[in-house]
Design a protein around this ligand. Sequence first.
Ligand code: SF4
Length: 397
Amino acid sequence: MEQPTAAILTAGCRLNQSESDALRHRLALQGVAVVESLAEADTVYVNTCTVTGQADRSSTQLIRRACRAENQPRVVVLGCLAERAPEQVGQIAGISEVWSNAKKQALIAGIAPAPVRSRAILKVQDGCDRGCSYCIVSRLRGEPTAVPASRVCAQFEQLLADGFCEVVLTGLNLGTYRDGETTLAGLLRNLLGVCRHARIRLASLEPDTLDDAFIAAIADPRVCPHFHMPLQSGDDAVLARMNRRYRAADFGRLVECILKARPDANIGADVIVGFPGETEESFDLTRRYIMALPIDYLHVFPFSHRPGIEQPGAGPVRPQVVRERVLEMRGFSERRRREYQGRFVGTARLAVVETTRTALTDNYLRLKLLCAARLEPRALASLRVGQDGTVLTGSPC
Ligand code: SF4
């Protein structure tokens, strides 16, 4: 009998990517050959996202791509869009099954990610109970849960044995990690105890979840000096309407603490622009606040209304105004990104080799490799950072 084949298409965040990697591993354990080409797949799994309207559109495009494949594979749709709108998804011609998030989680529970990337993405946490007023994903993924610390350690050690030099820890609200007495800081300390020369990167962290123990743990040079946190707004009134549990000044103090522990850190923030009721005055507060903040880049999202979530008592911002504010914030982000990159031209940094062409430094600079000697993907290399126009380059030191 021929070996069954499957392909996996993924939309969305690192958490979804780590779950697709675990699904890949699970399928391999079941004797399924996971292939890249849809034309060779008996089954295509589409792991979707629904965080914004754009995520819905990208996920739907992936589903349609799978359904159009010439060999007419069985198409299974899973992930957050499938959880939020199963009937709507099920109406797309060519779909065989729509899975709930519970079914996905049951299939991959306890399974480590397949070693398919240059850097491993390890899920340690899921779910969130913060109830931010714009967030649909927390409502789809349920209450906070933590992968037991002992299992995280075992999977982490396996990834190192598989040859990974960088492991990215991820979760829906990573900072709320708690297994008994073990918090994220404790988990980090445990992993650093077994990590030898490898390095650990942290995915996005909610600012209200980070404490002194966390700041102490990230002082270890094997924790990548790259931190990304959702700020969302610099106006406290908007933060309150978003149900965020910190105020702008708290975020600023946290950035100061991180920079004290890691002065070379690359710090990024998410900003939502055009949240209902964001007046010119509140946007100006955000603009001035962010310009005074020592951060190095922004991910700017136009507010995206999600079905089933109402923003009480606040009117929408005109689309043209939202577009202008997004452009302004993205322009600012680009200037800050270049300023940060400029600080490191001429310095040596440790980088994970991603492909024969690129490497990623500990502080999240992507370098175009200028190497006479061939560097192995996944390896850590000490590279001198150079610049060629707007492109950063890396050559072995
Ligand atoms: S903390 Fe993050 S995941 Fe949780 S509700 Fe808020 S935005 Fe959503």
